[in-house]
Design a protein around this ligand. Structure first.
Ligand code: 5RP
Length: 254
């Protein structure tokens, strides 16, 4: 009986993953096909599991369809850089390509005003830097990321990148200013704090889901705390979001 329960549990999880992957792939394909054209010279590449489908689609366009010959891809993380190289796409950087035509990335949660929580994978700082250099920021996500209010979906909180020496004072200041609880992100098996691509630590701030926050103000106030390097709150950055739905369709939000 125990074996069959385990089998059923794993089978369901596998089913969920297949459905979510199909939704991510549909969103990624729709966004790439709409936003990356022969006129697109520089594409910013986000991080996470959804962006993998976007890079696969870009590679298909280049290598199977013979399109996008001049496209340069600027990565937002070590993972994105590796994805670009693994797919034999042209790797750029902000020194040579500081003006990006379109930045495509996933998100952990998107509210009805297009405020995003990002940084579930810990890449928020480089993601925000690359996104800030783009004319257009396009978000791709599966249907579980769509919310009316932040906090509906994402129970792990808002990621905040901090200087390692400041993690205790920053935590205390955020909690005093806005309530909730900010915890240092710890590696699996308690192997110590997670270290970002930039050599920093992360706090995950579980805000008070029932409180009304002005996210622009919260973002500015947290960014001003000494030791805070970047927040995972992306306010007024995204132009359009593509959500892959459970039925295979893609819904957009502006
Ligand atoms: C990484 C990110 C990701 O874009 C975000 O976590 C979404 O990831 P996924 O596509 O795996 O759901 O911000 O720092």
């Amino acid at each position: 009986a125990q074996a069959s329960t385990l089998f059923r549990r794993n089978y369901c999880k596998m089913d969920d993953k297949i459905a979510l992957d199909a939704a991510k792939s549909a969103a990624a394909q729709a966004a790439v096909d709409q936003w990356v054209t022969e006129d697109t010279k520089v594409v910013g590449v986000g991080s996470g599991s959804t962006i993998v489908f976007a890079v696969e689609r870009l590679a298909e366009r280049v290598w199977k369809e013979g399109a996008l010959a001049d496209m340069i891809c600027v990565p937002s993380s070590y993972q994105a850089r590796k994805l670009i190289l693994d797919h034999n796409l042209t790797l750029g950087d902000l020194d040579r390509n500081p003006k990006i035509d379109v930045y495509i990335d996933g998100a952990d949660e998107v509210d009805s005003h297009m405020v995003l929580i990002k940084g579930g994978g810990g890449c928020l700082m480089q993601e925000k830097i690359v996104a800030s250099c783009a004319k257009t920021v396009i978000i791709i996500a599966d249907y579980t990321k769509k919310s009316l209010r932040l906090g509906e979906q994402w129970c792990k909180g808002i990621p905040i990148e901090i200087a390692p020496m400041a993690h205790v004072p920053v935590k205390l200041k955020i909690e005093a200013l806005f309530g909730g609880e900010a915890s240092l992100r710890i590696a699996l098996k308690k192997a110590g704090p997670i270290v970002t691509d930039n050599g920093n630590f992360l706090l995950d701030w579980k805000f008070l889901a029932k409180r009304e926050y002005n996210w622009d103000e919260v973002n500015r106030a947290i960014s001003m705390i000494p030791g805070v390097l970047e927040t995972g709150l992306f306010v007024d950055m995204a132009s359009k979001c593509y959500f892959g739905m459970a039925d295979g369709s893609v819904k957009t939000q502006n």
